[in-house]
Write a protein that binds this ligand. Structure first.
Ligand code: FES
Ligand SMILES: [Fe+2]
Length: 367
């Protein structure tokens, strides 16, 4: 194999803008995978809910009398969406004519049933919402649309325990936001998988704190890189730990990034600060980025809001840089004549691993 061939990625350029590719990847990449819908801390109370969009699908995850359940977010009556917000607290009641569902997805409240429908129990059971599997690790709520295949623990491999650990350490949430960006969701995975872009794209933030000598490893379809923080970052964190008593993890005291197939990126800095992002496709050239961050347990105090604000400002700055470059990248991939995959160097090894995992699910699914 020539060096040219060895450096080819796996995903053809046109896969970043074709509508039929999006349809196929929803079927073959997302539906059979465990995808993270949100966090247990947002589903603590009865009727707390979250929604997640994947292509044309919407999934509602809701606390139903203490049980976390996931359903297709479509009413059985005349097919309205049921929960319309990203998150909130509200019974599982359709906003159109008020059908209300129970923990099994059965419509137990049908306004004017006696006069208008006269449905009995068997009819209601036939009208139950499509229910999806839910599996929880630490603070992370995963959903799978198509049953069968590996359980969550097997799917995540060694990273299952890492997620438990991160959940136990990082308990003080700093932010929880979602935005819609221009770009194919895979461009965001490709981008987050490598730090090659850091010197140019993040010259004013990330570049100042992270060394580029990253050590890559893989775990099934997932991957990790370990890095080291620059002196100024270590100094800043030492000051923070002193002022608010952050309980650092014994593990990963420098910098680590986990890529969890198909669409999660986690970073963990100084054993004290975690960011968690998912990239959910909504159209061939648009995705929703859900982004949350937590600080390790701390004794709080007056300096805590200042630390939170500094961390939020930093992550927002990094995010803005990525949003801009992904839109630019999307313009380019839509203009490519060739369908060859991108070139990926050794430093982009995690991006290549992601692309190969993705293509293993997509091979033969589209022309
Ligand atoms: S469409 Fe949901 S109650 Fe009518
Ligand atoms: Fe970036």
């Amino acid at each position: 194999m020539s060096m040219f061939e060895a450096r080819l990625g796996a995903i053809p350029a046109d896969f970043y803008h074709r509508a039929d590719v999006l349809d196929a990847e929803i079927e073959h990449v997302f539906k059979p995978a465990w995808v993270c819908a949100g966090f247990t801390e947002d589903l603590k109370n009865p009727n707390d809910f979250l929604t997640t969009r994947l292509g044309k699908h919407s999934i509602v995850v809701q606390n139903m009398k203490g049980e976390i359940r996931a359903f297709r977010n479509v009413c059985a009556h005349r097919f309205s969406r049921i929960q319309c917000d990203a998150h909130g607290n509200r019974p599982l009641t359709c906003p159109y004519h008020g059908w209300t569902y129970d923990g099994e997805g059965k419509p137990i409240g049908i306004p004017m049933n006696g006069q208008s429908f006269q449905f009995d129990d068997a009819d209601r059971a036939r009208l139950a919402l499509d229910q999806y599997e839910v599996s929880i690790v630490g603070n992370f709520v995963f959903v799978r649309m198509v049953p069968g295949g590996e359980d969550l623990k097997t799917f995540l491999g060694a990273y299952y325990e890492e997620l438990e650990h991160l959940s136990a350490v990082c308990t003080d949430r700093v932010e929880n936001e979602r935005f819609e960006w221009r770009g194919n969701w895979k461009l965001s995975m490709d981008n987050s998988g490598e730090a090659y872009h850091v010197p140019l794209v993040h010259s004013e933030n990330f570049q100042l704190i992270l060394n580029l000598d990253l050590e890559i490893s893989t775990e099934k379809e997932h991957s990790r890189y370990l890095g080291t923080l620059k002196e100024r970052s270590i100094k800043w964190w030492a000051g923070v730990c002193k002022s608010i008593g952050v309980k650092r993890s014994e593990r990963y005291q420098d910098y680590v990034s986990f890529l969890i197939y198909p669409n999660i990126i986690i970073t963990f800095s100084y054993g004290a600060f975690m960011t968690f992002q998912t990239f959910d496709p909504v159209a061939p050239d648009r995705f929703v980025i859900k982004t949350a961050a937590w600080l390790a347990e701390n004794r709080s105090g007056a300096a805590r809001p200042v630390v939170h604000e500094a961390l939020r400002a930093f992550t927002a700055h990094v995010r803005d840089d990525d949003e801009k470059i992904l839109a630019v990248n999307q313009d380019g991939v839509e203009d490519v004549e060739t369908i060859r995959p991108p070139m990926l160097g050794v430093i982009e090894g995690r991006t290549k691993h992601f692309q190969q995992a993705y293509m293993a699910h997509m091979q033969g699914r589209v022309e």
